[in-house]
Design a protein around this ligand. Structure first.
Ligand code: ATP
Ligand code: MG
Length: 433
């Protein structure tokens, strides 16, 4: 029969790669917790309105990238293309802004779905980790979120991360800027791509994000936001830069950075990293400040700031730079019952080592030659073989064989965990030296 393949744009994560995702996500989570963030898990499915109102009608995501469908009850649903709007929905619905000290600090992690053309670093189902800090409008709140993201990337071993920084200003700044852009593009729009034509109508800021090379040539000469900022936005942006400098966080101002979602205002940023192979997977993460998002979703007018990492792209650059350890092939003990009668005792030994010892243990279930069992132990990367013969089972003991040194000894069951602890503790000390 013909085999069934995965859906275009999705990818299977298995073997050592699954551990890489666990590792990356656990570092992200533990650092977010140091910064006093708490986890949230909104559903994958939301009413489409959450995103059309939240992410915005002029964004690429809402215009063409959403997996939207009616369910059997005729509800208009969407698989989340990003987390922020869904989290705002969750916060508004559960009135978390009223029952918590602000800022409300939340982190999330999980799959998102976008109907895009699959290519290097671009999937239709991919994973994001991110945070939102809601209900505080100070520049320091933006800086802390950037510092958190930067700390995570450094902790993963990524040196020389580039932080691109820009401001979109407050409403007044953006209105002035939009007007200036409309004037500028009025003479060019006829010759630009269809997307840009509708962006011109819906939100001319989006044109700056166009990826078509001919359009980018035109965009180069467009006016820049810096000249249209209100005094308040200018000062706020200076505060952000001063604080980043004081924290020794490097950044580059990029006035063309507008970000693809409609809800951003004031500070916006992206994280870029070129792996040693020179592969460019695109931004590894991005985010910014938003003023009106919560209000758009029926809540009070509370601002927020957040970022989101693309886990696939981060795993790719870590892999390219040799910063991932393959933990798939690691086993502490492989248990080898030598005969049919020893199987039950061997299983008891396995349970003891796992449940009381906390060791990663596998066992041979097949009737096979001892030589084969040793081969399997070594293929599985076991440190110890635990051999259970007739004599041993009778005496409540096992033969413990160190597969690296080939040393072996008979150990009573009551002593086996101490023996293993002793070995693994001394090994840990070695590696710390
Ligand atoms: P891009 O400009 O690359 O399309 P974006 O601005 O749409 O990115 P965001 O919505 O800010 O991306 O999402 C945050 C992060 O998620 C990105 O910085 C990137 O690392 C990752 N990401 C975005 N789209 C994809 C995708 N299709 N496949 C894999 N990762 C993605
Ligand atoms: Mg995109």
């Amino acid at each position: 029969m013909e085999i069934i393949k995965n859906v275009k744009g999705t990818h299977d994560i298995f073997g050592g790669e699954s551990n890489s995702y666990d590792y990356v996500e656990s570092i992200m989570k533990s650092i977010a917790e140091l910064y006093a963030y708490n986890g949230v898990r909104p559903p994958v499915l939301e009413y489409s309105q959450v995103f059309s109102r939240g992410v915005g009608e002029s964004s690429d995501i809402v215009r063409k990238e959403m997996y939207t469908f009616p369910d059997k009850g005729g509800r208009d649903l969407t698989l989340r293309p990003e987390f922020t709007a869904g989290i705002m929905r969750l916060v508004v619905q559960n009135k978390l802004y009223a029952t918590n000290e602000l800022p409300l600090k939340l982190y999330y992690n999980g799959p998102v779905f976008r109907y895009e053309r699959p290519q290097l670093g671009r999937y239709r189902q991919f994973n994001q980790f991110g945070v939102e800090s809601i209900g505080n409008n100070s520049a320091m709140n933006d800086v802390e979120v950037i510092a958190l993201a930067y700390t995570i990337l450094c902790s993963l071993g990524l040196e020389d991360v580039t932080i691109k920084l820009n401001t979109l200003g407050d409403d007044e700044s953006r209105n002035n800027y939009r007007k200036a852009l409309k004037e500028f593009f009025a003479n060019h729009i006829e010759n630009m791509c269809e997307d840009c034509k509708s962006r011109y109508e819906l939100n001319p800021l989006r044109i700056l994000d166009c990826k078509v090379p001919e359009d980018q040539e035109i965009v180069k000469d467009a006016p820049s936001i810096g000249n249209y900022l209100t005094e308040a936005s200018k000062l706020r942006f200076e505060d952000v830069q001063d604080a980043l400098s004081a924290l020794h966080i490097p950044y580059e101002i990029d006035e063309s950075l507008v970000r693809g979602l409609d809800y951003y205002s004031e500070t916006v940023f992206e994280f870029h990293y070129k792996s040693k192979t020179g592969q460019d997977y695109g931004a590894v993460g991005a985010g910014g400040h938003y003023g009106k998002l919560m209000m758009e979703l029926g809540g009070p007018e509370l601002p927020g700031v957040g970022f989101s990492f693309g886990i696939e792209r981060i795993v790719s650059v870590l892999k390219d730079d040799g910063l991932l350890v393959d933990k798939n092939n690691e086993l502490d003990c492989y248990i080898m019952p030598l005969g049919e009668n020893e199987r039950l005792f061997a299983e008891e030994v396995a349970v003891l080592l796992r449940n009381s010892g906390g060791y990663r243990v596998d066992m041979c279930f097949d009737k096979t030659k001892v030589g084969n069992m040793f081969k399997r132990a070594s293929n599985k990367g076991a440190k110890f073989a635990v051999i259970v013969g007739e004599e041993e089972a009778k005496n409540d003991s096992v033969v413990l064989k160190n597969l690296a040194t080939q040393e072996q000894e008979t150990v009573k069951l009551e002593n086996i965990i101490d023996k293993l602890d002793e070995f693994f503790d001394s090994q840990e000390e070695e590696t710390q030296k």
